[in-house]
Structures are given as C-alpha cells and as structure tokens.
Write a protein that binds this ligand. Sequence first.
Ligand code: GSH
Length: 207
Amino acid sequence: MFKIHDYKGFPNPTRIRIAISEKGLSDQVSFVSVDVPAGEHKSVAFLSRNPAGTVPVLELEDGTHISECTAITEFLDHSIGQPTLTGRTARERAMIHMMQRRAEAGLLDAVATYFHHATPGLGPHIETYQCREWGEKSLDRAISFMRYLDQALENRPYLAGSQFTMADITAFAGLLYADIVKLEIPSDLTRLKAWRARIIERPSIAS
Ligand SMILES: N[C@@H](CCC(=O)N[C@@H](CS)C(=O)NCC(=O)O)C(=O)O
C-alpha cells in the first residue's frame, strides 16, 4: 500500500492517476489531498516531502517520498508485472523518455508557465513572481509544439511508437492544461485531434 499526495483534477496529478489505472494498481493506493489553491503545498510540512513544492508526491511504506511524475511512473510501472508505460528494451526506454521529455518541456511545462506568469494563476498568495512576457512567449512555444506533435503522429499511432506509454500520458496532460487556459488545438492539426479522441476512450482516462 502506498500514498499519493495530490490535488485531484490538476494536470500533473492526473498523469499519475492515469498511470495507476493503466497498471491496475487502484486498490493499492490511497490519496491524500493537498490543498494547492490554499497554498498547502508551500507549507514547511509539505516542502519536507518535496522541496519543489509541487504535487503529486508518492509516499512509500518505508516513508520514502518520490516526486516528479516521470520518477513516480517508473516506480509504478516496475512495481507490478512487466513494464508497459516506460518500455522494456533499451530502444523503447530511450524513445519513451525522449518523447516524454519533449512533451513535458514543449507543451505541459510551457502551458504551465503561461498559466503561472501571464494569468492570475493560483492567485497572488502563490504567484509571488510573474513575468508576463515569458508567459506569453511560452504560450507561443506550446502552440508550435502542438504542430510538432501532429507531425510526430504522421507515421505512428502513439508518440513513442506502436504502444500507449508515459509519453502519451504527458502530452495528454499538456492538452488538459491547455483546456484549462482555454488554448485550443489549431483546427488543422487533425492527427493530434484524432490521437486525443482515441486515447480519451481508454478506461484509464475515460474514468
Ligand atoms: N515536474 C513536476 C511538475 C509538478 C507540478 O508542477 N504540479 C503542479 C500541479 S499540476 C503544482 O503542484 N503546482 C503548484 C505550484 O506551481 O505552485 C512533476 O512532474 O511532478
């Protein structure tokens, strides 16, 4: 049994909730809600779990805390059965990590930067430093990256190849964040839209 400290509905916590469902681990996890809008993730108690002050955080039975969605997903993927989300062969693992990081930097983190810097974000009690120009620039970066994703899907059904992986989860969470800031996928990106419509049908995401 392990714990996930998170805030339901936020994009990064959603990545881990999808991974838990994909791995069939739901009955082995309990969730501890961290009141992010109220700033609980910046409290001394929470910072001792994750000095970055972000959710989600995985807590193991021995008290170890693991943050960063990629690290948590690696743990979940290897904790039961064969890995399905992070690859088995050297080539698969490399492709998945490469595409995951591209999607994280180019979309998810770019939209997050827009949210935190060019909108009220989580409110003045949390957004103590904002740089609007950087936020706006990041929004442009996210839109450009959607074009890259659309091209990447030209010859393969999923971002890292023939299987749904952690890279798809990250990109999906990036689009979820885009919805929150009302950034739409440009209408000509039909492959990206079709990919999204297809993966939304997965039980791990639909639920
Ligand atoms: N790179 C981190 C990102 C985590 C993250 O930024 N989480 C957001 C929630 S979606 C958060 O805690 N934001 C609070 C804040 O930035 O103050 C990961 O992979 O876990």
